[in-house]
Design a protein. Structure first.
Length: 221
């Protein structure tokens, strides 16, 4: 994707690779584009935060595995995912952050877990293996190159495996400018339910939305 502002060329979509997105909104010095194919909204590439800015912000996150409130939040994904997993299914928490609470919860439920995060758990060896399921909670909105990341997630999954995603879905455009999720400087792409359904359908995957802001995608067996 070429990051060119409002007056220049229209960028391609970093999520589905559609050739030209439309300009959506300028707010607080940031330019956002909208894909007419997958309906994702994304920040202009020229304005993406650098790694140092991202790391500084992530270090403020309070992701304590012992925090009951945080565990309840993550259980919005864990509970419906566990209903679909076989006993002992092996998983990877992709983008685990500084406190891999979700991996701890799934280990407690009997699932061997690996973790990966480019800042906090950067062991690339785990990316050479394949898993029965992959979780990616509050991470896909940070992807600078979503299409490449989704292709990697596909490669990490065995046939028939589950991909569990959690992100706050975008709804009405009228609230986008003041939306707390947009105002996080490390959130650079925003998905609607239809965005994830589109990606799943295009790849021949099955997609379920078991509850708000949670998507479960199953790779063909």
């Amino acid at each position: 994707m070429t990051g060119i502002g409002r007056g220049g060329l229209r960028p391609g979509c970093p999520v589905c690779s559609a050739p030209r997105a439309g300009f959506f909104l300028a707010v607080e010095g940031r330019d956002y584009w909208r894909c007419g194919t997958c309906l994702a909204t994304f920040l202009d590439a020229a304005q993406l935060p650098d790694a140092a800015t991202e790391l500084t912000h992530y270090r403020w996150h309070q992701n304590d595995p012992a925090d009951a409130g945080y565990r309840a939040f993550l259980d919005r994904l864990v509970a419906p995912l566990r209903q679909r997993l076989s006993a002992g299914a092996r998983g990877l928490d992709y983008g685990c952050g500084p406190g891999p609470a979700l991996a701890a919860m799934l280990r407690e439920a009997g699932h061997p877990m690996a973790v990966y995060d480019p800042f906090f758990a950067p062991d690339a060896a785990v990316l050479e293996e394949r898993y029965d399921f992959v979780t990616c909670t509050e991470a896909i909105e940070h992807f600078h190159r979503p299409a490449r990341e989704f292709a990697r997630l596909d490669r990490l999954l065995r046939p028939g495996g589950w991909l569990g995603l959690m992100t706050e879905f975008q709804s009405g455009d009228q609230r986008f400018a003041g939306w707390h999720y947009r105002r996080d400087p490390t959130h650079v792409v925003f998905y609607r339910e239809d965005s994830l359904r589109y990606l799943a359908t295009r790849a021949g995957w099955h997609c379920e939305i078991p509850r708000r802001n949670v998507a479960l995608l199953r790779k063909p067996g």
